[in-house]
Design a protein around this ligand. Structure first.
Ligand SMILES: Cc1cc2nc3c(=O)[nH]c(=O)nc-3n(C[C@H](O)[C@H](O)[C@H](O)COP(=O)(O)OP(=O)(O)OC[C@H]3O[C@@H](n4cnc5c(N)ncnc54)[C@H](O)[C@@H]3O)c2cc1C
Length: 472
C-alpha cells in the first residue's frame, strides 16, 4: 500500500490532518486500531467545549498568545505558541466549512464554543449523537469523498525509517503485519492517558491508583514509535484530569460516576482531608490542579472531601456537580450531624477533622486564608465555612483524562530530535505532542484545540515538505 501520507489515529487530530492533506492534493490514509463503526476514543467521549486555556478559540491571535504565555508562565514553546494562537480562529472556521457546528456557552472564564448538538450533561458517558460524534462522522465522510481512506482495525506497530527519514508505517491489519509506504507519517494516537506504565514513568509512581477517566485507547504507541525513531519526548509532569468519586475506581466498569457528575465545584467549596483529618491541598486552585496533587500523594486513594448541607443543597445542585447524581449512582456519601461522628464513618481522625475545621472556619472568618497550611486561594471561588449540619464526607480519587507532554515538534508539527533537528517525514498532532503546556498552574491548553489546530498545521507542514502549496 502506497500513500503520500499516513495518519496514525482516527480521532480529531488524525481526521483533520487527513482531510486537510487530501484537500491539498495528497493521497492519504488514516490507520485506526479500533474496529467499531463509531469506534470509541477521547474525541468521541469529549464534552466538546473547544477552548485555549478556557478562553474562546475565536479571540484574536495576539490575545490568545497573551493567554498562553500568562497561563504557562512562559514555558510554552514561543514559536509553537504563536503559531497555535494565530491559527486558532482559522481552525474553527475550517471545521465549520467541513460541516462542524457549534453553540456558544457561558463558561466561568467567558463565552466558549461547544460542539453541537451539545451534550446535555447527563450522568455518566453520553456521547451518542452529540457534537463530537457528529463531527467525527462528518470528517470521515468528507475524507471518503476526497478519495482518502480510514482503515479500521489497523494497529500501527512501528515506523519504517530509511536513511534517518520516516518512510512509512508497519501495522497489523486484519491480523496480518502490513507495510504502508508513505513520504510522511502523522502520529495522532492521542497520547498515553491509558498506559499505566507510562503514567508511572512520566507522571507519578502511584499510577495504578488513578482512575483512567477516558477511552482506553491512548496507550502511548505514538510516543514509543517516535522515540525509537530518535524524536525527543519532553514536557511531562502534569496531566489534564478531574477529582472523581472514589467508587468509580473500585467499580471501573460502572461509568455512572464520570465524566458526569463533575465534582470540581464541590471540591472547591469543601475541604480535602487525609486520614489524619488535615487538609492536603489548596482547594481553591481548581479541579485540574487538585487531580494532579492527589495523584502525587503517597496514597492517591486516601482523601475525603468534607462539606456541609448548605454546599450540598446549593453548589452541588447546580448542573452536574453531584446532587443528586451521586445518590442515584448509589455511591458512598457519609452523612452525620456531628463532625466527630462523620469522621469515624469516613475513616478519618475525629480529633484531627474537628480541629482542622475549627481552624479553617476561624481563619477564613478573619479573612486570612493565605495563612492556612496549605493556603487557600480565594479567587475565583472564595472559601466557605463548614457550619451547617448535616455534614458530608465523600471519598475521592484522581481521574486522568488526557496527558500533557510528548513528542517535541516545530511549528509545522515536524517531530524533532533532542538537538532540535527535524526527523524528515515524521509529524505529530493532538494529545501526543509537547510544547504547549507548563507552569506552576499546570496550564491545560485544551485537548480539542490541540487536535483542531495542530491537525491543520501538521497537514500543511506535510504539504510544504512534499513541495505542494499549503494554501488551497
Ligand atoms: C470525558 C472527556 C471529556 C473531555 N472534554 C473535553 C472538552 O470539553 N474540551 C477539550 O478541549 N477537551 C476535552 N477532552 C479531551 C479531548 O477530547 C482530547 O484531548 C482530544 O479529543 C484528543 O484528540 P486526539 O485526536 O489527539 O486523540 P484521540 O481522540 O484519543 O484519538 C486517537 C486515536 O488513535 C487511535 N490509536 C491509538 N493508538 C493507535 C495505534 N497504534 N494504531 C492505530 N490507531 C491508534 C485511537 O484508537 C484513537 O481513535 C475530553 C476528554 C474526555 C475523555
Amino acid at each position: 500500500m502506497q500513500f503520500d501520507v499516513v495518519a496514525i489515529g482516527g480521532g480529531f487530530a488524525g481526521l483533520i490532518a487527513a482531510n486537510r492533506c487530501a484537500q491539498l492534493g495528497l493521497r492519504v490514509a488514516v490507520l485506526e486500531k479500533e474496529t467499531a463503526e463509531r469506534y470509541l476514543n477521547n474525541s468521541r467521549y469529549t464534552t466538546g467545549i473547544a477552548h485555549i486555556l478556557f478562553q474562546d478559540m475565536r479571540l484574536p491571535g495576539e490575545k490568545l498568545l497573551e493567554v498562553i504565555n500568562q497561563g504557562t508562565e512562559g514555558e510554552a514553546d514561543p514559536a509553537l505558541a504563536k503559531a497555535f494562537a494565530d491559527n486558532s480562529r482559522r481552525a474553527i472556521d475550517w471545521l465549520v466549512a467541513e460541516g462542524g457546528k457549534y453553540i456558544l456557552v457561558n463558561a466561568p472564564t467567558g463565552k466558549s464554543i461547544m460542539l453541537a448538538p451539545p451534550r446535555r450533561f447527563k450522568q455518566g458517558l453520553d456521547w451518542e449523537g452529540h457534537g463530537a460524534d457528529y463531527l467525527l462522522r462528518k470528517l470521515e465522510s468528507n475524507l471518503k469523498n476526497r478519495g482518502g481512506r480510514l482503515i479500521r482495525g489497523a494497529d500501527a506497530k512501528a515506523l519504517a525509517i530509511a536513511d534517518g527519514a520516516c518512510a512509512g508505517v508497519e501495522a497489523v491489519i486484519g491480523g496480518k503485519l502490513e507495510r504502508l509506504d508513505a513520504r510522511a507519517v502523522v502520529i495522532a494516537d492521542g497520547g498515553f492517558s491509558s498506559n499505566v506504565e507510562m503514567i508511572r514513568r512520566y507522571i507519578t509512581p502511584r499510577a495504578d491508583r488513578l482512575l483512567i477517566r477516558s477511552a482506553a485507547t491512548a496507550m502511548g504507541d505514538g510516543l514509543r514509535m517516535a522515540e525509537a525513531a530518535g524524536a525527543q519526548l519532553c514536557g511531562f509532569g502534569a496531566f489534564y484530569g478531574h477529582p472523581v468519586h472514589r467508587d468509580a475506581i473500585t467499580c471501573p466498569a460502572d461509568t455512572m460516576l464520570w465524566p458526569f457528575p463533575m465534582i470540581d465545584p464541590l471540591t472547591q467549596a469543601g475541604l480535602v482531608v487525609g486520614p489524619d483529618g488535615r487538609r492536603v491541598a489548596d482547594e481553591g486552585r481548581g479541579g485540574i490542579v487538585l487531580a494532579n496533587l492527589l495523584a502525587h500523594l503517597d496514597d492517591p486513594l486516601s482523601t475525603s472531601l468534607i462539606f456541609d448541607d448548605l454546599t450540598w443543597t446549593t453548589i452541588a445542585r447546580k448542573g452536574p456537580a453531584g446532587n443528586p447524581m451521586i445518590l442515584s449512582a448509589g455511591a458512598t456519601l457519609h452523612r452525620a450531624y456531628k463532625l466527630a461522628e462523620l469522621a469515624t464513618l469516613a475513616g478519618v481522625s475525629p480529633e484531627g477533622l474537628t480541629a482542622t475545621i475549627g481552624e479553617f472556619n476561624t481563619t477564613i472568618a478573619k479573612g486570612t486564608a493565605a495563612s492556612l497550611h496549605p493556603p487557600r486561594t480565594m479567587t475565583p471561588l472564595a472559601a466557605r465555612p463548614i457550619l451547617h449540619p448535616p455534614f458530608y464526607a465523600l471519598p475521592l480519587c484522581s481521574g486522568i483524562t488526557a496527558t500533557m507532554g510528548g513528542i517535541a515538534i516545530d511549528v509545522d508539527c515536524r517531530a524533532l530530535r533532542a538537538g532540535g533537528s527535524v526527523i524528515p517525514g515524521l509529524f505529530a498532532a493532538g494529545s501526543t505532542v509537547a510544547g504547549l503546556e507548563g507552569g506552576k498552574q499546570m496550564a491545560y491548553m485544551g485537548g480539542l484545540s490541540k487536535a483542531f489546530i495542530l491537525g491543520l498545521l501538521a497537514a500543511e507542514g506535510v504539504a510544504r515538505a512534499s513541495g505542494k502549496s499549503a494554501r488551497t
